[in-house]
Structure formats: C-alpha cells, structure tokens
Design a protein around this ligand. Structure first.
Ligand code: ZN
Length: 387
C-alpha cells in the first residue's frame, strides 16, 4: 500500500489538498486525514506537489513508423523511459503510412511489452489504408477477439499518402468499427489521419449526414496541422464532432501555419467548442515529414510523447487555460471517448496511475503506473528492458 499525504489533487476537477491511498494497482481512497496502520503502508508526504491522473496518449507509433524518406528513415520503437518522463501511463498504439514492414501483429507485441514493463496499452487495428489490414481477418473480429484493439486507425483522408477511399469504402470501415465496438463493449472509434488536402473533413461530414453512423464514431487527428483544417475543426466540433490535436511539432511546421496545440486549445474554447470534444495526442515516434509543394521530402523529425503534457502546461502557463480544463484533454476526455475503464481519473476504484507535478513550475517529478513508482523525485526508477 502507498499513501500520498497532503497532495494538491486534480481528479482532473480540483479536489483540494487530500490524501490518496493506493493498494496494489488500484486507488482505494481519496480523502484528507486518512489513518493507516504503521508498517502496512509506504507513507509519503507529498505537500508542495500536485497529483493528476496519469496521462493518456491516444495516438503513439509505439513500434516505430515513418520510412517516408526511404528505409533509413523508419523511426525507432518507443523507449519506456520517454513515456515515464512524459507522465504517460496509458498509450494507444497505431501504425501509420507503412503497413508492409510494420504489422498489427508487431504492434500488438510491442503493446504487450510495454504492459510487461509497467504501463497500460491499447491499439488501433489497421494503418493508413482502406481496405483495412487487420490481424484476424476483419475489423469486427479484431475488436471482438483481441482485448487490446479498441478501434481502427489511423485511416488517412485528404492526404497524398491516403489510399483515397470512396464514400462507400470509408462508410463500410466506420460501420464495421461501430458494430465491433457495440458487440465488444469498446469504443470502436475510427481514428482518422487528416492530411493537408483541400477536401479536409468533407468525407467525414458526408458520412455523418448521409448514414446512421453517429459523429462520435470518428476521432479525426492532426486537426491543428494547418489553419484551414483548424478552422474547419472548430465548426466540426461545435456541430458535435470530436477533434484531436497533435502535440509533436517542429519550428518549421509552426512557421508554415501549423497551430501550436496550446494556443489552439485556447482558440477553440474561445470559439465556443465544448472542452469534452477535444483531446491531445503526441503522435509519438511518428515521423514528422516536411514535404514541399511538389510532394518531395525536405526533412524528417520524430514525434515525442513528452510533448503531450508540455503542450498542456503551455496552455496553462502561456495561453491562460485553467489547469483543470486543460488537463481534461489528456485524462478524462480520452478515457471517456475511448472507453478506457479505470483510466483518466483520480477516484476510488480507478487504476493507480498518477503523475506528480511541482506546484510552482508544473514540472513532472513523479510517475506512478498501476500502483508502482516509475519515477520519483525526478529520478527515473525503471527503464525499458534494453535501455
Ligand atoms: Zn497521422
């Protein structure tokens, strides 16, 4: 058992100074002045610290991705320590452009490896392509038969790397994801990679208008990648849609018009978007390819899971978003949208995934995942198997 005493707690709603009692992998009490028997509990004075739910990163190329500049540009797998330093305790893995040298089977194995190393993981089946390449033969079978599969993605639209699915083809993907989700009690979300193309969200809007599939079946990501898509995203979210920001970036992208996630969050809230419709993900380990107007690759960087909370912190410290509001986009919102039971909240009965922050700077000083200290007082206690 572990007792954190006098910690300023955000569940993510502000709960004031309280104690948090953990037994095994679960939070069992959240209230001030808890009394425990000596010798049965590791008691930690956490005054001066802020406790928040462990972060959920819903779009991570955990087994590597990229390759868009040739084989040498395939990106490496996620290192456990990156997730720990970034306070990310739950990850959803996905494949990207490459569905040949990367596979769903490999992604599933990497997700299981990160579980064994102490985190909680889920995956999307498929990659950019339609028809969707699955593990067991269909989207529904993957959702029903593989516990870790919670949806489909990232399917690419409005992008030169997309398989350019037709209305019928894309509607079929969403329908199978919806039915598989219903039958398995999972979200069955379609995670949609949005490219820079002028068609933007038009195919999504058509499917929502012309079929019975609800708007909440789709989670379009990279919504902040250019000013036009961002503005379209505001209208889409105000009409009930979900939108996901990508926090990993490079200065060149921002100079070309990408909307910095922290600022974009402020702008969406100012425009009247309900916070419940917004999530952030890092696109960690994904390549950040910079293509010129002719589609030629200019340079390549790599996404980082540590960008996830960095943008939330910037939203608070630079863009004036209330802390408890900004926190939702990486905790309670993805937990609800992706139906991740026990995740994204500090309440009795939830999984003991916690991040501790310095109250003055909001720097991450501690990470607890499934009841176990992975980082404490700024010191990394656990590393990946080969780190
Ligand atoms: Zn993508």
């Amino acid at each position: 058992m572990l007792l954190l005493r006098n910690v300023d707690t955000f569940t993510p709603a502000p709960a004031g100074r309280t104690d948090i009692l953990i037994a095994g992998e679960r939070i069992i009490r959240v209230e001030p002045g808890l009394r425990v028997l000596d010798g049965f509990c590791d008691v930690v004075d956490a005054s001066g610290l802020v406790a928040v739910p462990g972060f959920i990163d819903g779009h991570v190329h955990m087994m590597g991705g990229g390759g868009e500049g040739g084989y040498a540009t395939r990106t490496p797998e996620l290192a456990l320590s990156d997730a720990i330093r970034g306070g990310v305790t739950t990850l959803v893995g996905c494949l990207g452009t490459d569905g040949v040298t990367r596979s769903g089977e490999g992604l599933l194995a990497k997700a299981r490896a990160l579980d064994d190393e102490g985190l909680s993981t889920f995956i999307y089946t498929g990659h950019y392509s339609v028809p969707v390449q699955t593990i067991t033969g269909s989207i529904e079978r993957d959702l029903l038969l593989i516990d870790k599969v919670i949806g489909v993605g990232e399917v690419a639209l409005s992008d030169h790397r997309s398989t350019q699915p037709t209305f019928d083809e894309f509607a079929r993907v969403a329908a199978e994801a919806r039915r598989g989700g219903i039958l398995s009690g999972k979200a069955g979300v379609v995670n949609v990679h949005m490219g820079d193309g002028p068609r933007g969200l038009s195919l999504l809007r058509r499917i929502i208008a012309e079929t019975e599939i609800p708007v909440t079946q789709f989670l379009p990501t990279h919504i902040n990648r250019n000013p036009t898509l961002f503005e379209e995203g505001i209208a889409y979210a105000k009409a009930g849609g979900l939108v996901d920001f990508t926090t990993s970036t490079v200065p060149a992208f921002l100079a070309q018009g990408e909307v910095k996630s922290s600022t974009g969050l402020r702008r969406m809230l100012d425009a009247g978007v309900n916070i419940a419709h917004i999530t952030f993900t890092s696109d960690g380990q994904g390549s950040l390819p910079d293509f010129d107007a002719q589609g030629q690759l200019r340079r390549l960087e790599i996404g980082r899971v540590t960008s996830l909370f960095a943008e939330v912190r910037d939203a608070v410290q630079q863009d004036g978003v209330p802390f408890e509001t900004a926190l939702q986009v990486i905790t309670s919102n993805p937990a609800r949208i992706l139906k991740l039971k026990g995740k994204g909240q500090i309440v009795a009965g939830a999984d003991a995934d916690l991040v501790l922050l310095d109250a003055a700077t909001l720097a991450i000083t501690g990470t607890i995942a499934r009841g176990r200290w992975l980082m404490r007082d700024g010191e990394l206690l656990v590393k990946g198997t080969f780190e």
